[in-house]
Design a binder for this molecule. Sequence first.
Ligand code: DAH
Length: 438
Amino acid sequence: MAVMAMAAMAQSTCVLSKSSLFRTGFRCFPQFSARFSSSAATVASTLPSVNTLRRHKGRTTVASLVERGGVQIARDDVVRDEPTNNIPDTIFTKLGMQLHRRNQHPIGILKNAIYDYFDTNYENKFVKFDDLCPIVSVKENFDDVLVPPDHVSRSYNDTYYIDPQTVLRCHTSAHQAEILSRGHRHFLVTGDVYRRDSIDSTHYPVFHQMEGVRVFSPEDWESSGKDGTAYAAEDLKKCLEGLARHLFGAVEMRWIDTYFPFTDPSFELEIYFKEKWLEVLGCGVTEQEILKRSGNSDNVAWAFGLGLERLAMVLFDIPDIRLFWSSDERFTSQFWEGQLGIKFKAFSKYPPCYKDMSFWINESFTENNLCEVIRGIAGDLVEEVTLIDNFTNKKGMTSHCYRIAYRSMERSLTDDEINDLQWNVREQVQSKLNVVLR
Ligand code: DAH
């Protein structure tokens, strides 16, 4: 979850709140559209020796190949010891997982429920793609969907780069232009997407999105008395309100005007669920430039993008985003193909353990880099990283104190284990991020 308004500003000013990105960059609750929903843009060049972030003493061996739709991806093609590569092994291993293609997994069940809605209402018109490779060019991920050259989402702090021209897609919109160019007029793209981010119960560096696109020709709207844009916007809202009712039942909804680089006008849909307004998706009428470049000059289209984890957490009552990656049977055995309404029953709550660490930061320090180091050591045992103190002394040196919550979803952690993790974290935060521990 999560490309772009004032992210730069948000990052530098809201030091004690979660970092954002797409609307203010990623504003997200769990990952999704916030990252792109702003025009403010500044690419912070926060590239420490990022490649060093992935080399940890005593790291366990990582598989050297993953399979993706019959194609094998070698670790060496993705994780490279070069300053322009910021992909850790923990991310490489996720490339083959494809949770959205598992029919008994909450993410797959939700994908199928959305497919059902489109199949029922549009008589199998929408072509579905769910096996497109997540390794895409910078052109596909950003340029083709008109993300400005200086937009914050392009920074090494926010996106995983294999090399300066190649990234792990940070949104399924990366495939829009290419599929349009191939002549498709109705399609859904589901896939895993990758974003560098901070750590809490709703943020994980890999999550899943679904993109939808529908193209109209002049004959579709001419008899309506509306112009193409108004016609598409109305159709879009009707379609997505129906989808929200299909997933959530008879809920109250509201439309919010927003900004995305790829659509104009742009909207977000919110639903009133469990006494809160919940952002469900981002959407809009596709920019003419995208249609023109894909050979659709006279046409008009709508597009939407939604974050599957965000919705699945609400629909299945899943309290922590790490659970989606659990292979513990007590999690996996609770869900059934085709059953959207099942509520997850927590199998146990193991106690969290908190450790604080303080250090003097330097100019290139970012919270995303810190979280990458911590995740590289503690993996999914780290539940949350929170900035709890922040001050600048008379000499202009800034100190941050972070509280790290360690907790397993599956078992109790021993004191020794946590002390070892924390010792390693302290050592590597110091050496990899060049900060001075206090
Ligand atoms: N790509 C956006 C994001 O990840 C989500 C999105 C918003 C997709 C609007 C769209 C759209 O196709 O029209 O933040």
